[in-house]
Design a protein around this ligand. Structure first.
Ligand SMILES: Cc1cc2nc3c(=O)[nH]c(=O)nc-3n(C[C@H](O)[C@H](O)[C@H](O)COP(=O)(O)OP(=O)(O)OC[C@H]3O[C@@H](n4cnc5c(N)ncnc54)[C@H](O)[C@@H]3O)c2cc1C
Length: 342
């Protein structure tokens, strides 16, 4: 990785080492002398593996065109590494049969290529690159529990953390880590509103959308003699009438990842008969017919996401004080640069 030094500060801390945290660290390393990623979970050591801190990582993830371009810009050669890892390259117009609320989408060579692979491979490739950068420190089992401020609470000056991961964090003394900039990328479980309250600020207003959605996925071996005029299938939900959807995409190792998603009370379970039944009940038989005689390569994995939350940090009257916590300036500048070129 080549770094252009645009030094703005000495030390930046990123809370959470999943996709947002890893990409944020990559951007910040051009601006800070030292970047520390604090991750409460542990990363795999020798090969890509799912991990507990990213519970959605066994479900289908597709890297679409724009995401691919941005990541390639940040990590030149990443796309080739994904393809070496046997990611499937799909033209989303030509290769995917897509049933949307208006009918089947027209099939044509679109030039919009997406990569399809197990999500944790991407995390692993990026993690491996960042762990070789001398100015990035990655601390695992480091559970952030609060923020440090200056004496008049006008700036965030670091974080409080415990070094035993989330589960055992109560058994160790908290430590303080100073930083010129702190970025929270701790995802769904972010405690940022509580951390802000603890230092005397109001929690942001939020909109919560509880969809009661559930996902179930399973890998299948692609049968040797399988033939179809598609390589992937996406059967989209059409709410409020049809609230379930189904997907089948090729991934590495000659596998399909097959998933269903539905809202309560029809949330998919780990039960094999129910899983197949939900595939059979989709409005098109494409997926069910493809997998009914295929050999499963894994158990059925389920994921029930918590509700979606939109937190309005920018509405808070003290928003100006958050600028040390959320570096919109740097992140959006980078995105704007990418957009200008794109
Ligand atoms: C079923 C499903 C399918 C999806 N498919 C796609 C797709 O096809 N394409 C796509 O682009 N996106 C997809 N997404 C979205 C994608 O998974 C998420 O947007 C992305 O993983 C969010 O990344 P994140 O880094 O913000 O947070 P998360 O992945 O939630 O990670 C948060 C990290 O912070 C750590 N952490 C949490 N609290 C603390 C703490 N206090 N201290 C230290 N560390 C902490 C966690 O251990 C974790 O590593 C999908 C999501 C789901 C649920």
């Amino acid at each position: 990785m080549v770094h252009v030094s645009l030094a703005r500060g000495r030390h930046a801390v990123v809370i959470g080492g999943s996709m947002a945290g890893l990409l944020t660290a990559r951007i910040l390393v051009d601006y800070f002398e030292q970047v520390t990623i604090l991750e409460c979970d542990r990363f795999p050591t020798t090969s890509p593996q799912p991990r507990k801190g990213v519970p959605q990582c066994k479900q289908l993830h597709i890297l679409l065109t724009r995401g691919r371009q941005i990541m390639e810009e940040l990590f030149p050669g990443l796309e080739a590494e994904l393809i070496d890892a046997d990611a499937a390259v799909l033209d989303m117009g030509a290769d995917v049969a897509w049933l949307n609320p208006f009918g089947w989408a027209a099939r044509f060579p679109s030039g919009f290529e997406a990569l399809s692979f197990s999500r944790y491979i991407l995390d692993w490739l990026i993690y491996r690159r960042l762990s070789q950068v001398s100015t990035i420190q990655i601390l695992e089992s480091s559970f952030v529990t609060g923020l440090l401020t200056n004496s008049n609470k006008t700036a965030v000056t670091g974080v409080v953390m415990r070094r035993r991961g989330r589960e055992h964090s109560e058994s160790v003394q908290p430590e303080e880590l100073a930083a010129d900039l702190v970025i929270d990328t701790s995802g769904y479980s972010s405690q940022a509103p509580n951390w802000l309250k603890a230092i005397g600020y109001d929690a942001p207003e939020e909109t919560v959308v509880t969809t009661s959605m559930g996902y179930a996925s399973r890998l299948y071996e692609i049968p040797a003699n399988f033939q179809a005029d598609w390589r992937g299938v996406y059967i989209q939900a059409a709410p409020p009438e049809r609230t379930s959807m189904g997907v089948l995409y090729p991934i590495e190792n000659n596998h399909w990842i097959v998933g269903v998603c539905a809202t309560a009370p029809h949330r998919p379970s780990k039960n094999e008969a129910e899983f197949l039944e939900s595939l059979r009940n989709l409005p098109s038989p494409h997926i069910y017919n493809a997998v009914k005689d295929a050999r499963p390569a894994t158990e059925i994995g389920i994921y029930h996401p918590p509700g979606n939350r939109l937190r309005y940090y920018e509405r808070n009257v003290l928003a100006a004080s958050y600028k040390d916590l959320l570096p919109w300036e740097i992140l959006s500048a980078h995105l704007h640069r990418s957009m200008d070129r794109g």
